[in-house]
Write a protein that binds this ligand. Structure first.
Ligand code: ADE
Ligand code: ZN
Length: 352
């Protein structure tokens, strides 16, 4: 647990500059959700794939979502332009350059292999392209990047098992598994056996729960799937006993404010519960989810959320510290990032 040190005073007017400058880990982003319309069109042309939009502007105009499903329909259509190893590399590299610009020092990127294997793209093509970008990011950008394979929960457990089998020859290229896609009607229990198998294999376990679905889904992600982190989890605030459990066991929530706004989980950003999650002692973090679709990458999520919810400099330190506590890095790396965080904070205050 990161106990907050005595922090230097920082004027509220300098908060946007502070949060941009802080080193942070991003723990909830879908790499397919970083495909910008320009890259979708470039890849469609390169691969001679038809997409049902005339140009970049008309595609962007379609990004008016009413709920999770209305987004997923467009998100899967966008991903259909990805065919070659180089396509997966180019997509991941574009995100990693943006992560670097936002002072993301470590990122754990989700990918959805079933979206690609169902179209005949081999698992190797997907994983090799993404992993090559992760390796290059470490060497060329100084950004540490790892992969988490997500199972699509609207598909069957049998399909998830088949996907795991296809991925296991590449076991050294991903660190864990997650669960995403349409939540309501697809509770975590549906994937109990495949998660048990992944646990035996020593993979890290996470799952989307409590994005649109009820607190009961967060309970079963914890108790049935035995996940180490909850992705989103914002509906947990409806259940005091669950809040107590999450705080006491320090189960991190990877919260995505702009995603919640765009998918109408909260009516506006000022109504978001991130501040109350933090003030209740939960290990909440801020992340971008699908930045190309939701209006912003990491720093945009932080800056807009701070502006709308009157978070303070102390919250900024806590959120960055939480991101390192919640990440699947080893203890020496965590210590080094925490020192970097402290040094950045102090340098920033001294430069007032
Ligand atoms: N896949 C991509 N983004 C997602 C989200 N916000 N929730 C569930 N599945 C997703
Ligand atoms: Zn997500």
């Amino acid at each position: 647990m990161n106990t907050q040190p005595t922090l230097p005073a920082i004027d509220a007017g300098r908060l946007p500059e502070l949060v941009r400058a802080l080193p942070k880990a991003e723990l909830h982003m879908h790499i397919e959700g970083s495909l910008e319309p320009e890259l979708i069109f470039a890849l469609a042309q390169r691969n001679k794939v038809q997409i049902p939009y005339a140009d970049v502007e008309s595609l962007r105009r379609a990004y008016a979502f009413t709920d999770l499903q209305s987004f997923l329909d467009i998100y899967y259509a966008g991903a259909s332009v990805l065919l070659t190893e180089q396509d997966f590399y180019d997509m991941a590299w574009a995100y990693l350059e943006r992560a670097k610009a936002d002072n993301v020092v470590h990122t754990e990127m989700f990918f959805d292999p079933q979206t690609h294997t169902a179209r005949g793209v081999p698992m190797r093509t997907v994983i090799d392209g993404l992993h090559r970008a992760c390796t290059d990011a470490g060497a060329q950008l100084g950004v540490s990047a790892v992969l988490i394979l997500c199972f699509l929960r609207h598909l069957s457990e049998e399909d998830a098992f088949a996907t795991l089998e296809q991925a296991l020859p590449h076991r050294d290229k991903f660190i864990g598994v997650g669960l995403d896609s349409s939540e309501v009607g697809h509770p975590p229990e549906k994937f109990a056996r495949v998660f048990a198998r992944c646990r035996e294999l020593g993979l890290h376990l996470v799952a989307h729960a409590g994005e649109e679905g009820p607190p009961a889904y967060v309970w079963s992600a914890l108790d049935v799937l035995k996940v180490e982190r909850i992705d989103h989890g914002v509906q947990s605030s409806k259940d005091p006993a669950l809040m107590k459990r999450l705080a006491e066991q320090r189960v991190p929530l990877t919260v995505c404010p702009l995603s919640n706004l765009k998918l109408c989980v909260f009516p506006d950003l000022a109504a978001h519960n991130i501040r109350s999650l933090l003030d209740a002692g939960l290990v909440a973090t801020i992340n971008s989810d699908d930045p190309a679709y939701f209006g912003g990458y990491m720093n945009e999520n932080w800056v807009q959320t701070f502006a709308a919810t009157s978070l303070t400099a102390a919250h900024a330190w806590q959120l960055a510290a939480n991101s390192f506590e919640a990440s699947f890095i080893d203890a020496p790396a965590r210590r080094a990032y925490m020192e970097q965080l402290q040094a950045t904070f102090e340098r920033f205050a001294a430069a007032a």
